[in-house]
Design a protein around this ligand. Structure first.
Ligand code: NDP
Length: 264
C-alpha cells in the first residue's frame, strides 16, 4: 500500500455514494479494513434494507454508518445531509466521494432524449446537487483543518472526489485512440461531470475544499462486466492511494487510477 492511502487515518469522515455494490462497496470495505481507517465511514445506498453485504461489513466495523440516499431525489439528498450532520457534528465532513452512477446503453440509432436525460441526472446533475447540499459540512471540516494549522488542500481537510471515466474524455474519443464504445448517454454524462467538477473546483477553492475527478480503470463490476482487466480490489487500492495523496497541485484535475493526468 503506497503512502497516500495512509492519510485516511488522519481523516475524520468519508462519505461514499452507491456503496451497496461494485466500486462503492469496495471503497467502504477497503477503508474499513485496510489499516488506515478514517474516523467515520458513511456508506450511502438507496435501499439500506436490501444492502446485505454493506450490513455485514457494518456489523464487523463499528465506524461504518449506513445512510439512505437516492442520488436523483432532492428530498433524499437533503434528508441525507441532515442525517450526516447529526453523525459528524461540529467536525463536518472531510471527504465526499460521488461514486454512484448508471450506464444507459444507447448508440446513435437507439438513443432518445429520455435516455440522455436519465443518464445525465444520475451521473452529472446528482454529484452537483449532493455537493451543494453537503457544502456547509465540507466548509466546516475545511475551516477546522485550517484552524488546526493544516494549510494544504487534501482529504485531511476537505475534498470532493467525483468518479468519472476516461470514456468522458473528448480528446481521447478521436482517431486511433477512439474505441468502439459509442454509447451516447454514458459518455456525454461523464464529460458533463468533468465540467461540473472543474466549475466546482473554482467555486470551492476559496473555502479550501479540493475537487477533482478520477477514472477508476475498467473494472469487473456489474457495470464494467466480466471482461474488464481489473478486479475491484486492484482498482480501489490504487484509487485510495491517489485520493489519499491529493494536494493543491491536484485541485481541478482529471486523474487516472494510476495517478497520471488524463486528457480532458
Ligand atoms: P455498478 O453498476 O456496479 O454500481 C453502481 C452503484 O451506483 C450501485 O451501488 C447503485 O445502487 C448506485 N446507484 C445508481 N443509481 C443510484 C441512485 N439513483 N441513487 C443511489 N445509488 C445509485 O457500477 P460501478 O461500481 O462499476 O461504478 C461506480 C462508478 O465508477 C460509476 O460512477 C461508474 O460510472 C464509474 N466507473 C466504473 C467503471 C468500471 O469499469 N466499472 C469504469 C469507469 C468509471 P443500486 O444497487 O441501488 O442500483
Amino acid at each position: 500500500m503506497s503512502g497516500g492511502a495512509a492519510n485516511f487515518k488522519k481523516c475524520g469522515s468519508v462519505l461514499v455514494t452507491g456503496a451497496n455494490r461494485g466500486l462503492g462497496l469496495e471503497l467502504v470495505k477497503r477503508l474499513a479494513s485496510g489499516g488506515f481507517s478514517p474516523g467515520k465511514i458513511i456508506a450511502t445506498t438507496r435501499n439500506a434494507a436490501k444492502a446485505e453485504k454493506l450490513q455485514e461489513l457494518a456489523e464487523k466495523h463499528p465506524n461504518i454508518h449506513i445512510v439512505t440516499l437516492d442520488v436523483v431525489n432532492q428530498d433524499s439528498i437533503e434528508k441525507c445531509a441532515a442525517d450526516v450532520a447529526q453523525l459528524v457534528q461540529e467536525e463536518g465532513l472531510n471527504c465526499l466521494i460521488n461514486n454512484a452512477g448508471i450506464n444507459v446503453v444507447a448508440d446513435f440509432h437507439s438513443v432518445t432524449a429520455e435516455k440522455m436525460i436519465e443518464n445525465f441526472h444520475t451521473n452529472s446533475v446528482a454529484p452537483l446537487m449532493i455537493t451543494k447540499a453537503f457544502l456547509p459540512l465540507l466548509k466546516q471540516a475545511a475551516s477546522r483543518g485550517a484552524a488546526a494549522g493544516s494549510k494544504t488542500m487534501g482529504i485531511q481537510r476537505a475534498a470532493v472526489i467525483n468518479m468519472s471515466s476516461l470514456l468522458g474524455s473528448v480528446e481521447l474519443n478521436w482517431g486511433e485512440r477512439a474505441n468502439s464504445f459509442r454509447w451516447y448517454p454514458y459518455r456525454t454524462s461523464k464529460t458533463a461531470l468533468n465540467m461540473v467538477s472543474r466549475c466546482m473546483a473554482i467555486d470551492l477553492e476559496p473555502d479550501g475544499i479540493l475537487c477533482m475527478v478520477i477514472h477508476p480503470g475498467w473494472v469487473r463490476t456489474d457495470m464494467g462486466g466480466p471482461e474488464a482487466p481489473l478486479s475491484p480490489e486492484e482498482s480501489i487500492s490504487a484509487v485510495l492511494s491517489v485520493i489519499g495523496g491529493l494536494t493543491e497541485k491536484d485541485h481541478g484535475s482529471f486523474l487516472n487510477f494510476t495517478g497520471e493526468q488524463l486528457p480532458w
